[in-house]
Ligand binder design. Structure first.
Ligand SMILES: [Zn+2]
Ligand SMILES: [Zn+2]
Length: 277
């Protein structure tokens, strides 16, 4: 009766953000308490709930009701005709070109549908989030996605790590960064942690101080940078840019009016190890 033993609970990992939470052993579906992602539970493992495909617009609940809008279509298991939502979504999100992905776990490269929000590595079955994130306030959860991340002017990324495809930084970041694509910096920033990216782009008027190492394939500097940069490809200091510190690269281009204060080490392309992304 009142002494019913506490129900057996299981630990579910959120497939979106990696947050762990306890759920009753019989749970089939839950919501991540950290990122609010819908999570289905299959064999004690969290997987992304497929039903939440309605990511097209903000909820209209507090906007004025639209009388002509039909109620959300129930989840027909296999309706041959596209639902209103599917049609709407197709109009708003035309099919994107397929995306090239690299598995975080085994580095296997494969192609996923351009509109997918998550994918699974065909080789190791590892889960990959494809979600984009826009951060415009304090953010304290790590992100691991093949999507893009925008840290807005008021965004403060203060978690353990950030792994994404393209990162655009207008705010601040306080953790190691790994980008499989471009890292675009458009702000004054001090980055205290190691950074790995494919292409480092520091935009005009930006001033960046890297206190950790920076590894990239290529770098285009249009602003002012202080730090230690290792590139397996070309580093370009564009017009009126400044670089203070060590540059290790296979080739350095200094355009007119650009300045490098520090050491250049030219490394051969064979010995240069590409950044592990
Ligand atoms: Zn989560
Ligand atoms: Zn894999």
């Amino acid at each position: 009766m009142a002494d019913e033993p506490q129900r057996h609970r299981i630990r579910i990992e959120c497939p979106e953000c990696g947050n762990f939470q306890l759920e009753p052993a019989m749970v089939v579906s839950t919501q991540c308490r950290n990122c609010r992602a819908g999570v289905s539970v299959i064999d004690g493992k969290g997987v992304v709930r497929k039903t939440s495909a309605v990511r097209i617009a903000k909820s209209q609940s507090d906007a004025e009701p639209e009388p002509s809008t039909p109620p959300p279509a129930p989840l027909a298991p296999s309706s041959p005709k596209p639902t209103f939502l599917e049609t709407l979504q197709r109009l708003l999100n035309p099919p994107a070109p397929p995306r090239e992905l690299t598995c975080f776990a085994c580095k296997h490269e494969f192609t996923a549908s351009g509109n997918a929000q998550s994918s699974q590595c065909p080789k190791c079955c590892g889960y990959l989030s494809l979600l984009d994130h826009e951060i415009n306030s304090l953010w304290e959860r790590s992100i691991k996605t093949c999507g893009n991340v925008l840290i807005c002017k008021n965004g403060i990324f203060n978690a353990a790590s950030l792994t994404c495809h393209q990162l655009t930084l207008l705010g601040s970041i306080h953790c190691p960064v790994v980008c499989s694509g471009d890292l675009v910096i458009r702000t004054h920033a001090k980055i205290n942690y190691p950074v790995r990216c494919r292409n480092l782009m520091v935009e005009k008027g930006s001033r960046v101080e890297f206190l950790g190492t920076v590894h990239a394939e290529t770098a285009n500097i249009r602003g002012t940078v202080r730090g230690q940069l290792t590139c397996t490809g070309q580093v370009t200091l564009e017009k009126r840019s400044q670089f203070h510190g060590l540059v290790r690269t296979t080739s350095l281009v200094v355009q007119s009016g650009a300045n490098h204060f520090g050491t250049v080490e030219i490394i051969s392309a064979d010995t240069a190890t590409p950044p592990t992304i």
